[in-house]
Design a protein around this ligand. Structure first.
Ligand SMILES: NC(=O)c1ccc[n+]([C@@H]2O[C@H](COP(=O)([O-])OP(=O)(O)OC[C@H]3O[C@@H](n4cnc5c(N)ncnc54)[C@H](O)[C@@H]3O)[C@@H](O)[C@H]2O)c1
Length: 388
């Protein structure tokens, strides 16, 4: 069994020598909370110069750049204005969900490479429009799913890809927080005008990515979806009471819970649920069932980028039922946010494939969007994705 475990751990390294001698001119679009993590990582890169910043709110980008001691940058309240005045190689689009599509498309149309924060956008149609702009521009578009770079996430994929589970037929995934509606810097996650989608766009997309990436992103075929907002709409929700913001219940207009039954190509069933405030410790571990074995991946507390504990592989050896614990990686922890940015920049240097490509994430987005559509209709619907 040790041999098998070693095989799982043998993470594929895609390290190629990259010529990073060209200095890339970079800007951030949307300078709120997550923008900080992008700026921190860009400042660690010798091949990057942060030359501009853009936020709808006058002075916000300037204030943030000052915090980081960035000098000589120019500031804008319109991304289109910025592209008229700047020769940029890349932007990080860190706006709230509602403007992901518009900002990514504007950048691609201006011939700029894009690192787009997750979720990709808010509808299937928007995702297709982004991909059309990407295709026309020939630029790199990578989506900000940093958990992909975590060693344990890679281990999940290695176990699944090893074939030890046989033919995969059922996946349960999701999870969430007992009480964790996010509003640390205001209401951009919970206001339907800015967030548009709630728990699904915040954390559901991560759990979908973990399992779909491990099985090679099959196309979703049909979705039966359900969404609710009991916690978010409740003025007595403990998070609102403790923070002194009962009025957020009135602002709240997105999903705080979603569940779905999804049929995937290859005769695979995906059973999904995600919650911001589920009133229980966890609604599910992730389990992947195959004809030869099953895999249990413990849930995390809040989908912060890794798995919640050692995995267990349930299989049969010489007709005996065997459970093999696959320990979490004991190696040096990876800074997934650094790798997310580094891999994007390297794809620009090499003219290579996006590290987290839209051709995969469109299925993640389509599942979320069809959950919304199915929930409204109250019935199963086919997944329809227009041609790119
Ligand atoms: N990868 C991660 O771990 C992670 C973590 C947190 C948030 N996010 C994602 O990042 C995005 C932003 O989240 P946040 O918490 O930073 O939000 P935020 O509300 O703090 O910041 C968003 C900023 O974008 C600006 N903005 C919106 N539309 C714009 C436009 N058209 N042009 C210029 N500026 C615009 C807003 O004024 C605001 O300052 C969300 O989509 C979220 O899902 C990702």
């Amino acid at each position: 069994m040790d041999k098998t475990l070693d095989e799982f751990k043998n993470l594929k390294q895609d390290e190629k020598a990259v010529d990073r001698s060209k200095k890339l001119k970079v800007a951030i679009v949307g300078t709120g909370w997550i923008a900080k993590s992008h700026i921190q990582r860009y400042l660690q890169m010798e091949d990057v110069e942060i030359v501009a910043g853009c936020d709808l709110i006058e002075g916000k980008a300037e204030k943030l750049y000052k915090e980081f001691g960035i000098e000589g940058a120019r500031f804008y309240t319109s991304d289109l204005e910025m592209y008229k005045n700047e020769q940029l190689d890349a932007v990080s689009v860190c706006t709230y969900n509602a403007t992901h599509a518009e900002c990514a498309i504007n950048a691609l149309n201006a011939g700029v490479n894009v690192l787009l924060e997750k979720p990709m956008c808010v509808t299937t149609e928007e995702a297709v429009e982004i991909m059309r702009a990407e295709k026309k521009s020939g630029k790199v578009l990578s989506i900000g799913f940093q958990p992909r770079f975590d060693n344990d996430m890679k281990l999940v994929k290695n176990v699944v890809q090893s074939g030890v589970l046989g033919k995969i037929f059922y996946i349960q995934t999701g999870g969430g927080r007992r009480q964790g509606i996010p509003f640390p810097y205001g209401t951009s996650f919970i206001d339907p005008k800015t967030g548009v989608i709630g728990a699904m766009g915040d954390i559901g997309c991560y759990s979908l990515d973990m399992v779909l990436n491990s099985i090679g992103y099959p196309k979703p075929l049909t979705v039966t979806g359900y969404t609710s907002d009991f916690a978010g709409k409740n003025p007595n929700y403990p998070g609102y009471v403790k923070s002194g913001h009962p009025e957020y219940a009135k602002v709240f207009g997105v999903d705080d819970f979603a569940a779905a039954f999804v049929r995937l190509e290859g005769d695979i069933i995906l059973d999904f649920r995600i919650a911001w405030a589920e009133n229980i410790d966890s609604p599910c571990d992730t389990i992947i069932l195959g004809s030869e074995g099953g895999l249990r991946i413990p849930a995390t507390e809040c989908w912060n980028g890794s798995i919640g504990g050692d995995m267990t592989l349930y299989h049969t050896v010489a007709s005996e039922l065997v459970e093999t614990v696959i320990p979490r990686s004991s190696g040096k922890p990876v800074d997934c946010f650094y790798e997310k940015v580094r891999s994007f920049l390297d794809a620009i240097h090499t003219g290579g494939k996006a590290p987290v490509p839209s051709s995969e994430i469109i299925y993640n987005q389509a599942i979320i969007d069809h959950i919304v559509k199915s929930a409204k209709l109250g019935k199963e619907i086919p997944v329809e994705i227009p041609e790119v």
